[in-house]
Design a protein around this ligand. Structure first.
Ligand SMILES: *[C@@H]1O[C@H](CO)[C@@H](O)[C@H](O)[C@H]1NC(C)=O
Ligand SMILES: *[C@@H]1O[C@H](CO)[C@@H](O)[C@H](O)[C@H]1NC(C)=O
Ligand SMILES: *[C@@H]1O[C@H](CO)[C@@H](O)[C@H](O)[C@H]1NC(C)=O
Ligand SMILES: *[C@@H]1O[C@H](CO)[C@@H](O)[C@H](O)[C@H]1NC(C)=O
Length: 395
């Protein structure tokens, strides 16, 4: 870290090591350095306040001296002011105020876990994005807000960032949906949340992934950012039954014995595993992932109409991943009082030579009111001469 100090009040500079009456400007080195360390150093030097410059993190936490985070551009402007100022540079601290709509939101935090999942490469992870940055949350007042031993303050609220903060947001939305639709299964609720999530930010551009500073893709964002109001009325849901979960566990290598120990099955559920584990691409999941596309494959999905209108007609549209031909059949799904469920098939055919590169698309079903969106994640692997297999007929 590189730090500079500037005059905060009219007090004089006392001794080389003391920063009394001054504000310290600190540039973190490359990478997310802990502002806590800088605060402790500033406090030991008796500084009045700290300005911490970080390239990426915008996390805030409990401060032990007045502190502010700025980005590299702001930090450089402050440093220029400091070195160019003909008079003594001065810092003014004012009461804080809330500014809404100035910065882009939402965006994916640099520390957010990214896909693909090594355990289940054929199921997209993450599923969903939800608020998790600088969340003011309840805090045990026997624990100091900074967790430092020399901090003896007691607070009931504290700022926290991470999945631990996103998860309660999603849990709250799940509870909201469950109270509106008490007979929906966990899978149906998850489907409602995923298929109604959005991928554009407040500037109507693709949500930004902090860190790499690029447009987010499903490995950053999952199906998108959670939209509680839309999730209450998704139109269609991808549902799953106990047997589907059993098959999923079989496919990722659990034995029948292990499955019987952990799955509390309603009597009559088949807990047997097929001899050879299969791909999870056909698990009735709200996203579609093919992690090793060597030749044409066909994937099956079933949707249930949960909309108010029992007689509904949905049209499917596709956005193809680069180098993959995608065909859905049928293109039109007709739901009625007598037919609440419909099945469709997606055929994916590699159209390029590639190995180990993921490409992204989507499948959207709409009745004009609802938009049921599934991310389509495909890794084409055709470097081996696969001309023969590429001509195989559809499964
Ligand atoms: C900070 O202030 C304390 C209390 O006045 C003093 O004992 C200490 O020497 C000061 N530290 C520095 C680095 O000047
Ligand atoms: C700490 O929390 C407990 C339980 O909520 C509460 O009764 C108590 O008043 C709190 N103490 C302080 C200092 O806020
Ligand atoms: C915390 O510690 C400081 C000095 O170490 C002391 O002056 C202060 O009273 C303590 N505060 C509490 C709430 O115990
Ligand atoms: C691509 O296919 C080859 C040959 O089947 C296989 O060894 C390799 O693991 C595959 N790569 C990926 C990323 O799936």
């Amino acid at each position: 870290m590189t730090c500079y100090s500037m005059v905060c009040t009219s007090s004089n500079w006392k001794e080389p090591k003391s920063a009394e009456g001054r504000v310290i400007l600190c540039f973190s080195a490359i990478g997310p350095y802990d502002i806590g360390d800088a605060e402790v150093a500033a406090k030991l030097a008796n500084a009045s306040a700290l300005i911490f410059v970080e390239p990426m993190s915008r996390e805030i936490g409990a401060d032990i001296i007045p502190s502010v985070h700025v980005n590299l551009e702001q930090g450089t402007r402050i440093l220029n002011y400091l070195t160019d100022s003909p008079t003594k540079p001065v810092v003014q601290i004012e009461a804080s105020k809330t500014i809404i709509g100035k910065s882009l939101a939402p965006r994916v935090a640099y520390f957010s876990s990214r896909g693909p999942s090594s355990l289940t490469p054929d199921i997209l992870k993450p599923d969903i994005s939800a608020p998790g940055m600088n969340i003011l949350a309840a805090w045990p007042n026997q624990t100091s807000p900074t967790l430092r031993r020399d901090d003896n303050r007691s607070v009931n609220w504290n700022f926290q960032s991470g999945t631990s903060m996103s998860c309660p947001h999603v849990s709250g939305v799940v509870a909201l949906i469950k109270s509106a639709h008490p007979n929906w299964s966990p899978a149906a609720i998850k489907s409602a949340i995923m298929t109604t999530a959005y991928t554009k930010d407040t500037s109507f551009d693709t949500i930004l992934a902090d860190g790499p500073m690029k447009a987010s893709d499903p490995f950053d964002l999952g199906a998108g950012h959670i939209d509680p109001i839309k999730a209450m009325d998704p139109g269609l849901v991808y549902d799953m039954k106990t047997r589907d979960y059993v098959q999923f566990l079989c496919n990722i290598g659990y034995t029948e014995e292990q499955i019987n120990m952990i799955v509390l099955c309603p009597s009559g559920t088949d807990t047997s595993c097929p001899r050879v584990p299969k791909s999870n691409a056909n698990v009735n999941y709200p996203s579609i992932t093919v992690s090793n596309l060597q030749f044409a494959v066909t994937i099956k999905r079933t949707m249930r109409n949960v909309g108010e209108n029992k007689n509904a007609i949905y049209f499917g549209t596709i956005s193809e991943p680069d180098g993959v031909e995608v065909v859905i059949w049928p293109r039109v799904l007709v739901f009625s009082w007598f037919k609440a469920e419909n099945t469709y098939y997606v055929t994916l055919k590699p159209q390029k030579k590639s190995q180990g590169r993921y490409d992204f698309g989507e499948i959207v079903w709409s009745d004009g009111f609802h938009r049921v969106r599934s991310p389509l994640v495909v890794c084409v692997n055709t470097t081996q001469d696969s001309n023969a297999s590429m001509n195989l007929s559809y499964m």
